[in-house]
Design a protein around this ligand. Sequence first.
Ligand SMILES: *[C@@H]1O[C@H](CO)[C@@H](O)[C@H](O)[C@H]1NC(C)=O
Ligand SMILES: *[C@@H]1O[C@H](CO)[C@@H](O)[C@H](O)[C@H]1NC(C)=O
Ligand SMILES: *[C@@H]1O[C@H](CO)[C@@H](O)[C@H](O)[C@H]1NC(C)=O
Ligand SMILES: *[C@@H]1O[C@H](CO)[C@@H](O)[C@H](O)[C@H]1NC(C)=O
Ligand SMILES: *[C@@H]1O[C@H](CO)[C@@H](O)[C@H](O)[C@H]1NC(C)=O
Ligand SMILES: *[C@@H]1O[C@H](CO)[C@@H](O)[C@H](O)[C@H]1NC(C)=O
Ligand SMILES: *[C@@H]1O[C@H](CO)[C@@H](O)[C@H](O)[C@H]1NC(C)=O
Ligand SMILES: *[C@@H]1O[C@H](CO)[C@@H](O)[C@H](O)[C@H]1NC(C)=O
Ligand SMILES: *[C@@H]1O[C@H](CO)[C@@H](O)[C@H](O)[C@H]1NC(C)=O
Length: 496
Amino acid sequence: MITSTWTSALVAAAFVPSIVSAVPHGGHSPGKGHGIAADDFVSVDGFKLKDRQGTVYLTGLNYWSCMNLAADDHVGGNYSRFITELDQMKAHGVNHLRIMAASEGAPTHQPFRMYPALMESPGNYNEAIFVGLDRCLNEMSKRGMRATMTLANEWQWSGGFGQYVSWATNNSQIPYPSSWNLTANPQRSEPGTGWGNYTVEGVDAESYGNFTAYANRFYTIPKCQEWYHAHISKILNRVNTVNGRKYKEDATVMTWQLANEPQPAVVPTEYLGPYSLELPAAPEDVIIPWVKNSSAYIKSLAPKQLVNVGFEGKQGKWYFQAVHNFSTVDYGTTHCWVQNWGVYDMLNSSATNLEAAKSFATAFVANSSEWSREIGKPVFLEEFGMARNNWENSGKEYPYLSSAGTSNKDEYFTTIIGATMNDFKSEIGTYVGSCPWAYGGLYRPEIQHANAFGEVWAGDPPHEAPGWYDLYDTDEAMNIVHRQQQQIAQYLSKGH
Ligand SMILES: *[C@@H]1O[C@H](CO)[C@@H](O)[C@H](O)[C@H]1NC(C)=O
Ligand SMILES: *[C@@H]1O[C@H](CO)[C@@H](O)[C@H](O)[C@H]1NC(C)=O
Ligand SMILES: *[C@@H]1O[C@H](CO)[C@@H](O)[C@H](O)[C@H]1NC(C)=O
Ligand SMILES: *[C@@H]1O[C@H](CO)[C@@H](O)[C@H](O)[C@H]1NC(C)=O
Ligand SMILES: *[C@@H]1O[C@H](CO)[C@@H](O)[C@H](O)[C@H]1NC(C)=O
Ligand SMILES: *[C@@H]1O[C@H](CO)[C@@H](O)[C@H](O)[C@H]1NC(C)=O
Ligand SMILES: *[C@@H]1O[C@H](CO)[C@@H](O)[C@H](O)[C@H]1NC(C)=O
Ligand SMILES: *[C@@H]1O[C@H](CO)[C@@H](O)[C@H](O)[C@H]1NC(C)=O
Ligand SMILES: *[C@@H]1O[C@H](CO)[C@@H](O)[C@H](O)[C@H]1NC(C)=O
């Protein structure tokens, strides 16, 4: 997820395609208790995704912490929670999860990160976390869920580009922007159960612009690209220790994603559009050859699987088309963040505030659908979210308590998921599914307890306020997700 206005590109990762279960077309019929056959790859057919059963609509969820949750207790995992949550998602029709397939550690402990990291230093992997990733794919496969596997991250919460740059520059200090700090006040008396604050004290927080300028050196430092390619090769050639499938030959992996929200590297002199999000054309931007090179590299190793970029689309039509218009990029992605982009205020209960969010999202889906159509590709809404009615928490000890209602969020989800489904069904539509950010499942701030690695595994990543964008197991949002899957399954069963 993100932070404040355009600069705060979501620092989150979202993913989740889902399957439409057991219907003649479009569904996945899991068949004999098994979901995804190792060779039932998803392919792009015009503006639709297809597998052996027919058209695939992605009923997705972001579940970025999967590999850590699925790992053993001694590395901070919670296997029983992982299994319970997968079952919950499956019961709500989810057929796709967007998960991290990368995280980078550092020589010294860094704040705001997923720990332990999958890659502790260049080329050194934590096998216990890798086994967690194996378990994710195996258990998803059994439940008929496919994966988007995110291979790097613009943002600091998994290490990401900034960590690669630091490694390549003598472990230089990463200029972190203000981030959530679990050890800052307000705290409860029991250690590890408090909530923290954004850190503006305690560290010298830099601007988001300074942080991305540092992180984006990743695109052009040869050492960073060498390590990134080595990571890609390592992951794609991994043989799953649970089911023996090689990742690059397992159809459970639908998509390899270059990174979560890679940002343009050209520093714009002006911003365009109604919310100052859009950037002017910049053909010289190094992100463009980076996408071309990385996507071609992945395709050369894993020709049966799909590749996408992980782009948000907030930068407007020119950038959207520039990064997606390569033969080695199979479909586009969008992320829609009304609060982070200054369209919506989670503390404002007025109807006008909610209406602004709904109209923005509807227009964003329509616009990006058309951009994608012009370059002949499908597009996946792989991140969006809204906070609870947090004005109801005013005066309480923490602004993001789960006790706040969700009436705005529910109406917003109905609108944006509805826009995605309508686009999918339309003659000229290009959307292939939706994927909210992010499944928090059993997590609640009220019972938060940081584990031995300082992690709470909310749906919000470690640098953001836990409870901000979570979808809990009992939330109405999960029923909205489910109805989406049911409506699409019915639509597809009529022969569409
Ligand atoms: C695992 O998750 C459950 C549900 O959130 C929680 O009650 C339990 O304490 C967790 N176990 C560990 C070892 O963290
Ligand atoms: C690398 O960093 C170390 C410790 O900060 C410093 O002593 C050393 O001079 C640096 N080396 C280079 C080449 O910058
Ligand atoms: C945490 O937030 C509260 C209320 O917003 C503020 O009064 C306090 O100074 C903050 N603490 C830290 C450590 O930033
Ligand atoms: C977190 O907040 C505490 C208390 O304000 C502060 O001592 C510490 O330096 C902060 N940590 C980071 C990484 O900002
Ligand atoms: C951003 O970096 C510039 C140049 O290093 C520095 O002068 C400026 O203070 C930084 N801004 C913030 C907000 O950290
Ligand atoms: C990507 O760039 C590297 C050099 O940075 C080059 O060696 C490699 O051939 C390129 N790969 C592709 C697939 O373009
Ligand atoms: C996309 O690429 C094709 C050729 O591969 C080109 O003809 C077309 O103009 C490009 N579209 C955009 C919007 O760049
Ligand atoms: C709430 O939002 C409405 C509509 O955007 C705006 O007119 C009003 O001033 C806002 N109220 C507060 C307290 O920010
Ligand atoms: C959608 O496109 C229209 C026409 O270019 C533009 O006026 C509007 O601001 C765009 N809205 C969003 C949310 O992108």
